[in-house]
Design a protein around this ligand. Sequence first.
Ligand SMILES: [Zn+2]
Length: 864
Amino acid sequence: MTRKVHIVPHTHWDREWYAPFQSFRLQLVDLLDDLLPSLDADPSFVHFLLDGQMAVVDDYLAVRPDAEATLRRLAASGRLATGPWYILMDEFLVSGETIVRNLQMGLDRAAAFGGGMEVGYLPDMFGHIAQMPQLLRQFGFEHAVVWRGVPSPVDKDAFWWSAPDGSCVRAEYLVQGYGNGAYLPDDAKGLVSAIEDFERDWKDALTGPILWMNGTDHLVPQLRLGRLVAEANALQDDYDIAVMSLAEHLDQASAENLPSWRGELRSGAHANLLMGVTSNRVDVRRAAARAERALERAEALAALFQPVDKWPSALLQEAWLHIVRNAAHDSVCACSIDEVCDAVLHRYAEAASIGEGLAQRALDALGASVGGDGPVIVNPTARARAGLVEVIVPGTGLRPGAQILNERPADRVVGEIDLATMAGVVVRELKHNRRIEAIALESVETGEELWREERERDGSMLRTGTRAELDELAASGSGSVRLRVRTKPTQKLLVRVAGMPGHSWRSWTPAPLDVDAAGAAERSLWNGLVRVDVADDGTWSIDGRGGFGRIVRGGDVGDTYNWCPPDDDVEIDTPEHIEVVAEESGPLRARLRIASSYRWPSRQWGPPIDVDVTTRLELHAGEQLLRVTTEWHNACRDQRVRVWFPLPSPDDRSRAECSFAIVERGLTAEGGPNEIGLPTFPSKRFVQSGGLTVVHDGVMEYELVDVRDGVAHALALTMVRSTAMLGQGPMATRPLPAAPMIPVEGAQMLKLVRTDYGICIGDADPYALVDELLSPLLVTKAGGGPRAADGQALDVDGAVVSSLRRVGGGRLELRVFNPSDDITIVALDGRSGWLIDLRGRALEPFAGSFELGPWRIATAVLDS
Ligand SMILES: [Zn+2]
């Protein structure tokens, strides 16, 4: 019987990796400079797949703008496949919104070239998130193409892959990767024999036509393909070989008797998953989270509190482009040379600056519009909540319900200056310092007042003639004078604000504390809800349950892709000595600082050095969450440092946040011949197990540890991995290299290492804890505008908000998801509009509320 063989010529373009972007771009320009005329000249080279990402097109056109018409013509005629993604992102280390925006940007851009490929092409991602089938379905795609992460129960080259909500796509599984037909043999006989070998190796897995992916990393097209295929077809009858697009192949692929899989793909059974990228370069993880959070918050604040015509679309577009480019799997995964990681950090910093700046603009706009002139508290999240804020108010002295952080008294000495040179200083103060009520000069020697000026009007206090007076005084003697000023006294207060509805603002008025006060003394913290006591070894107990915060340092001779302990690894988990200081003792915020000194090896087989680790424990009045920050200046190489937490009740499962979902995992992970299975999993913002919730800043790696009798008794969070190599040679946890063996000093993380997290015992909503830790209430200043002293911009109830922004025509677009097994009603406080898919296509109207099934994602545009 004749078997069909479908050849899809392509290249896999890692935009930056073991070489910087500009180096790979030079190669890209050469590739397309050769390819485009060849496609025109050789009709037998019928198709080329541009790696499923529009970044390749834009990076080329930035250098060859004149080629746009050719690219459009070839794409429109089907000779070139462009899109659908803007970039081939990593799925676990970026936010859900980044994934959605990436595909939206890619499809928008591809529309200019006749439309993107309608295939969820995911050839090289380091595993796949559980909700990917739902996301693809909401973009109208029926197919995914995957390689890494496919588990052993999938024994065919295709399977039905479903998301937690039941959305399902047909997933083509690239059994031998995206380069099974990478290199063309010299002659047609060689091609036939290579296909025969492949068929023999994979005969039990093949369900239909063989997919022959002719290309691999940065490989240039092999332009003799058309001739070779014609010769091979003439030579034999076993195979009917054709060059075509991936979409055409999938149209003809088999859908009969395929295995099924539900949820995430994180197995190393068939191919390297590269399980350790989550914990390399933790600075990149934190930078990614900061930038994504800043931008998502800026969108929401600008959408709610600024006029439609002030919507900052160009700046948001620029910032999202930085974030989406960074989402490339080698970029955000930081399995790259230092130059690339530097570029990634720079792009994240740019995006974060834009996001934070735009958020401030929106807050200021809200403040200016509110009546009065005092502090205005803003809840930037959709959830009703309470929390602590810092406000600056006139006055001094104790206030009910407040903790004084600092005070500026009315009268104070600014400094002592030389009489001969004081005139310039005083004039500058008079001209520019609008807060001064009075200014005086007095003799340091006698204390006698020599000169004085009182404010009589707004603006500058500088009079005509002042300078002459001061010059005369300067000429009258010598020595020093004291500069004394009087301003309105102010104090910075820490206060608690309760009962803030979602997306609301409220002018602050003093109120007594509505909950028990927080306190700290010696080695203890309390707030009436939680009590924390620090033990002699630097760990702490929560409500009498001890052993939290044990820092465990072990060796790591792996690389940026995989952790690998040395044969003779010795773990160090006890400090040489500790010191505990109560830094703040309430009544609003109580904080202890634990300084722990360790002796850690400076490197593998290196002598030990002193390491001073500082941990701050903080309790807020009225909150169950214990906030923790741990930091140290890292000077040690070749290591993994984790922090351990005992589970209140032993457990054999963990539930961690992933994009638009919570995924459940067990005590093991599936490995294979290429990679040992390690149950070190990524957690987006929280992980729960055995009655414990840990929320954290930046995607982090965790593992259930201290496994006895089939259950774990503790959870470990990786604070840093320090490794020497981008890609290591053969190692115990991964027998084959994953990348070039290049030393990367940056991966040693010889810098300030900081981890911010929160701990909560008991049943708490993890998304609420995430808001408490990462999205505090904000403060702006009322500017005497027409808006009421309090109000709510948008009331959303019943689901978690992922995104709120303005879209075409200035309408509000809201994206929510339901992270539960139960149907929920999403209530929008009387607002009506349309539910749309992720492509912006209308699905159905709603009025006031809509129903959202378990684990469903919904996007709504609201009528104004
Ligand atoms: Zn790649």
